[in-house]
Every structure is written in structure tokens, then in C-alpha cells.
Design a protein around this ligand. Structure first.
Ligand SMILES: [Zn+2]
Length: 171
């Protein structure tokens, strides 16, 4: 689900790569408009819980996983920022492009690098929405990233252990 305008080709490529990894069908949902007035005005960031509530209200829970992609910078209590987050109960995952862009760190725009980072954080978020926990293996997609270096260092798929757990969660 795109939050406001997100490039359609980017979302198509993402859903294709997620289908390969989760062996299930992904489809691009309707765009959800969230005005910038919903940001915390002091932090210029979006409180992730309020974004998840909006997603649930816009599209009531079905039996599938849902992933929202946003340009907004996210935070939650106890976290200065988040690349993404997930809510197990509603099976909703959210990924923010904001700090995954090289431009945020003064680097040149790199669409391919951005895509790889988003894919890794999407796999991580969907894994958490399925009930997987953070993984200690720094190469595993389920490893929690607190910097883009950690995101760049991990794979866009689960380690053997997380893969086993994900199969158990699905069956
Ligand atoms: Zn793992």
C-alpha cells in the first residue's frame, strides 16, 4: 500500500521480489493519502503507531500480510527513528524510504541501492508481522538495523533458522 505518491514501477519490482521470497502473491493496493499535517510538528516525523492505525482503518484486517511504503520519516516511543516497523496483531508492516535514501546521508541518489535497502527492510517487517523475532545473524534479513550500514550488510532473505521459523508460522 503506497502512502501518498510512491513510484508504481518501484512497487511492482518490490512485489515481484517479495513474491519470490514469501512464495505468495503480492498485489499493489490503493494509495492511502496521509497529509503532512499528521506529522509530529516538533520532530517533523510520523508516529508509526498512528500511521498503522490509519492503515488498519483504511483497509480492515483480512487474512493476508500488509506492507505500507512511505516517504515519511518514522519514529516511535523509545526510538529516535525507524526504517520500518510491524504490528503482529494486524499483520501490518511499514517501511520508510526517508533514511534509506543515500541523499539523506549526503550521497548521490542511487535507485538500485535504495531498492535493495527497501527490499531488505520489507522482508524484515513482513517477517515480524508474521511473528518472527529479530535475528542475531548480522547477514539475516531479520537482523535489526539501526543504521544503513547494517541494512547494507544484511541479505534480502532469511537465514536458515528464520526460514524454518517462517515456514512453521505459515503452516
Ligand atoms: Zn535469521
Amino acid at each position: 500500500m503506497p502512502i501518498n505518491a510512491i513510484d508504481r514501477a518501484f512497487l511492482s519490482r518490490l512485489s515481484f521480489c517479495l513474491e519470490e521470497r514469501f512464495i505468495t502473491t503480492f498485489s499493489i493496493g490503493d494509495r492511502l493519502d496521509v497529509p503532512s499535517g499528521a506529522l509530529n510538528s516538533q520532530r517533523s516525523q510520523m508516529f508509526v503507531n498512528s500511521l498503522v492505525s490509519r492503515i488498519i482503518r483504511a483497509a480492515p484486517v483480512d487474512d493476508g500480510l500488509r506492507l505500507a511504503i512511505t516517504e515519511y520519516d518514522l519514529y516511535k516511543t523509545g526510538h529516535r527513528f525507524l526504517f520500518g516497523d510491524a504490528d503482529r496483531q494486524s499483520a501490518v508492516a511499514v517501511v520508510s524510504l526517508h533514511r534509506l535514501r543515500g541523499e539523506f546521508y549526503g550521497e548521490e541518489a542511487d535507485q538500485n541501492l535504495l531498492f535493495q535497502r527497501v527490499l531488505k527492510e520489507a522482508v524484515c517487517g513482513l517477517g515480524r508481522a508474521m511473528g518472527l523475532k529479530a535475528c542475531y545473524d548480522a547477514r539475516c534479513a531479520m537482523h535489526h538495523s539501526s543504521s544503513v550500514f547494517e541494512t547494507d550488510n544484511k541479505m534480502s532473505h532469511f537465514c536458515e533458522q528464520c526460514d524454518k521459523r517462517s515456514r512453521a508460522e505459515r503452516s
